[in-house]
Structures are given as C-alpha cells and as structure tokens.
Design a protein around this ligand. Structure first.
Ligand code: FPP
Length: 232
C-alpha cells in the first residue's frame, strides 16, 4: 500500500508516456480526438496525484517530433487541447505550486500557442514543483542539438556533464521512473539521454483510464525496486 512506502524511496522525477488515447476512443466508436480529450482529464488526475505524493519533477510526453505525421485534424485537435488547457488551468497550476516548462522545439507551433506557453511559463515561474511538457520533442534531436551548441561555443571535445548542461533538462534530476501506459514496451525517443538508469514501469491501462490509484501503484512498484546504477 502507498501508505507504507518509505519517503526516501519516492522518485524525485517521474516521466509519463501517455499512450492509448486512440485505442480508448476507437473501442468506444469515438474519433481519436475524443481520446485525446479524455487524455487531458487523465493527465490532470495523474499530475495532481503525483504532486500530492511529493514528486518534485514531473514530465509528460505530450507531442513527439514524429507526431506531425498524424492527420492534420488530429494534430490541430492536440494543439487546440493544449491551448485550452493552458488558458483554463493557469490558476490550478498556481494552486498546486507547479512551474510549467516546455521542452522541445517551439518554432513550428502557432504564434498564439507559443505566446500562451511563454505566458504560463512566466506566470508560474516562482513555483517549487516542476511540470515539464515534452512538446515537439525528440530525444535524439535533443542530443544532436546539445552537441552542436557545445561545438558552436568552441568545444572540440565534450564530457557527459557538458551534454547534461546543454539539454532541455539542464539542472533537473534524471527521471527515476518512466511510466508508459497501454501495454507498449518501448521508450519511443523519449528522454533518450536522461533515461540511462531510469526504472521503467509499464501498465496495460490505456492513458484515458489512468487514475490516482494507478499513480500509487507505479510509485509503490518503484519503491520496491533495488537500484544499482551498474554497481553490485
Ligand atoms: C498517444 O496516444 C498520445 C498522444 C500522441 C498525445 C498525448 C496527448 C494528450 C493526452 C493530451 C495533451 C494535452 C495536455 C494538456 C496534456 P495515441 O493517440 O498514440 O494512442 P494509440 O496508440 O492508442 O493510437
């Protein structure tokens, strides 16, 4: 039970791969966008429970660099949900004491969405909990961009620490736990560098069905793992 989990074994950073929105919708005879809408409700439940459990950094894979390949109307629906969420939930983020931060290349997003993102990032910037949205994000692109930045700064050789400091997650602990829903067993270009020693938790639950109890199950499973980081 979650009550018995030792506070020391709580993850400092959980990263969620929100998968299964499409299947959730199709199984109900609904358009995929309805699955994404239900996915936003699940996201709010998961965020709120994860913060309640005292996890300081929480990252969600919202939109990958590969997701542009989806039909235009689905991409538009996702961007619309994102805008709507930021517009409506700014105050809720303040109540939860959450700082909103986007990781990813914002260049292809609409000016309106970019403005909204910057507005909410600035508005929440003083809060202690960190909420990262991986948006137009790709793990390999992130590493390539980091190395190119270091080269442009004059480096001819780089260290792990140099790369750490040039990633979107600079200054942020690596994810202790990655949770992926919907039964898919892969990381899909998510936090490729940062997940080298992350514990992975897979559940068959489709993302829109995720509840606070499912967050507790993942954290409880994590607390029973023995992490060795390559040691004995
Ligand atoms: C994967 O499910 C999910 C996504 C590509 C998008 C996730 C985005 C959200 C839950 C909403 C984002 C907005 C906010 C405010 C958090 P899938 O569509 O690939 O599902 P499938 O594998 O069943 O087809």
């Amino acid at each position: 039970m979650s009550e018995n989990v030792n506070q020391q074994s709580l993850p400092s950073h959980i990263a969620y791969i929100m998968d299964g929105n499409g299947r959730w919708a199709i199984s109900r005879g609904l358009p995929r966008a309805a699955g994404h809408r239900a996915g936003v409700s699940a996201f709010k439940r998961v965020l709120s429970r994860t913060v309640e459990r005292g996890v300081g950094v929480i990252t969600f894979y919202v939109f990958s660099t590969e997701n542009w390949k989806r039909p235009r109307h689905e991409v538009m629906a996702l961007m619309g949900l994102l805008y709507e969420y930021l517009e409506r939930e700014k105050e809720e983020l303040m109540k939860m004491r959450v700082r909103f931060h986007v990781m990813g290349d914002l260049a292809p997003l609409s000016r309106r969405l970019k403005r909204k993102i910057l507005e909410v990032e600035n508005y929440t910037s003083g809060n202690p909990y960190l909420l990262n949205f991986a948006l137009n994000y790709g793990g390999r692109d992130e590493i390539v961009a980091a190395v190119n930045r270091l080269i442009s700064e004059g480096k001819t050789e780089v260290t792990k620490e140099d790369i750490d400091s040039a990633l979107y997650t600079a200054g942020c602990p690596d994810p202790d736990l990655v949770v992926r829903t919907s039964g898919e067993l892969r990381l899909s270009n998510f936090l490729t560098w940062q997940t080298a020693y992350s514990e992975l938790y897979f559940t068959n639950t489709l993302w829109p069905d995720m509840t606070a109890a499912d967050v507790d199950l993942a954290i409880d499973a994590y607390s029973k793992r023995k992490r060795r980081f390559g040691g004995a």
